[in-house]
Ligand binder design. Structure first.
Ligand code: DAH
Length: 353
């Protein structure tokens, strides 16, 4: 019996030597340590042996079992290590390969100008007021003192939204300018204290839409920045001072401005502000069409009807307003020749800023 145990041990250990994969290892375990293995049979037979032989054989059988188990564990561990080594080698990461470059984004030139405008007016105490792009005829025109069929509407043909019902004189449309935000803002501020509406100092930036033939000089969508200041004792002098200061902050401390009389239904008096052409310094060049001046924005004192429509009593309050096209500032600054570049999403154009 003892020599059988020796043989079992020797055979098991020799076979184990040759095992190189996990499944062979598992069948080895079944053959040599499993329920029906010769070694387990020895344990089963212990009770049938003569009493005096039992301790020696039992001890030896236990030794063999422990030896096989230890050998099995060692082999199992070394197979695991070998497998790990193989996978490290075959799935090796080459950390010296150059990475895929992440392209650094940048702000759209229109956004860059908008942010500069926000900063400048922010320094002068103006808050940003966001107003909707989809408007009604009432806000876009009527409350701004453009009655139905007013000829000033001809300059602002737009896109209409099909509301599913006939809204008569008040169709839904894409706003043609940021000015309807003036009414929305005034009403919101006035609602805070209808007897004593608070003063207002805001700019209203955002996208506007017009139904126009798209050319190098006109697009169907563009940004505007509207400005509105309402309070007691606001004068045309405040308007001139604020806008001239704005021009100096954008174009340089020495830039001259001029105000020309104009007309808008929602301001009285109305003006357009020009700045001295910074390309030729006022001498006259193709950019300023030989006038020496560049038209920058429209402005005026808020019309009493508009103040009243906004909930501000025109006998007590006055205000000024202005509207500018930041794309125009950007075009002049970078000498951009075609306004269609702004929304064409052409990388070659965008990468230049
Ligand atoms: N809404 C005008 C336009 O789109 C621009 C404008 C002119 C706005 C004068 C104003 C203003 O607030 O006072 O042509």
């Amino acid at each position: 019996m003892l020599s059988t145990l020796d043989q079992i041990e020797k055979k098991a250990l020799t076979e184990l030597e040759n095992i190189t994969d996990e499944s062979a290892l598992q069948s080895w375990r079944v053959s040599f340590l499993g329920r029906n293995s010769p070694l387990m049979k020895v344990f089963d037979q212990l009770g049938t042996l003569p009493r005096e032989e039992r301790p020696a054989i039992g001890r030896r059988a236990n030794e063999v079992k422990q030896a096989l188990e230890a050998a099995f564990n060692a082999r199992s561990e070394s197979l695991r290590q070998a497998a790990l080594q193989r996978s490290l080698e075959s799935e090796r990461l080459d950390v010296t390969l150059p990475g895929r470059p992440v392209r650094r984004g940048r702000l759209h030139p229109a956004t860059q100008t908008l942010r500069e405008v926000y900063r400048i007016f922010g320094e002068m105490g103006f808050q940003i007021y966001r107003s909707r792009e989809v408007e009604t005829d009432e806000f876009n025109f009527q409350l701004l003192n453009f009655p139905p069929n007013h000829p000033a509407r001809d300059m602002q043909d737009t896109f209409f939204v099909d509301a599913g019902v006939d809204r008569g004189d008040n169709p839904i449309l894409l706003r043609t300018h940021t000015s309807p935000g003036q009414i929305r803002a005034m009403r919101e501020f006035a609602a805070m204290d209808p007897q004593n509406p608070p003063p207002i100092r805001i700019i209203l930036p955002g996208m506007c839409f017009r139904y126009e033939q798209v050319t190098a000089r006109s697009e169907v969508q563009f940004n505007q920045v509207e400005g509105l200041a309402v309070g007691e004792n606001i004068t045309f002098g405040d308007l001139k001072g604020t806008l001239s200061d704005f021009a100096r902050r954008v174009y340089g401390q020495h830039v001259r401005t001029r105000f020309r009389a104009s007309h808008f239904p929602f301001t009285e008096p109305s003006a357009e502000m020009d700045i001295e052409c910074f390309v030729c310094g006022g001498a006259g060049c193709p950019i300023c069409k030989r006038t020496g001046w560049l038209e920058i924005l429209g402005c005026g004192m808020v019309h009493p009807v508009v103040l009243r429509n906004g909930g501000y009593d025109p006998r007590r309050y006055t205000g000024f307003a202005f509207g500018m096209g930041p794309e125009r500032i950007t075009i002049l600054r970078h000498k951009i020749e075609d306004i269609r570049n702004f929304w064409a999403n052409d990388f070659r154009f965008l990468q230049q800023f």
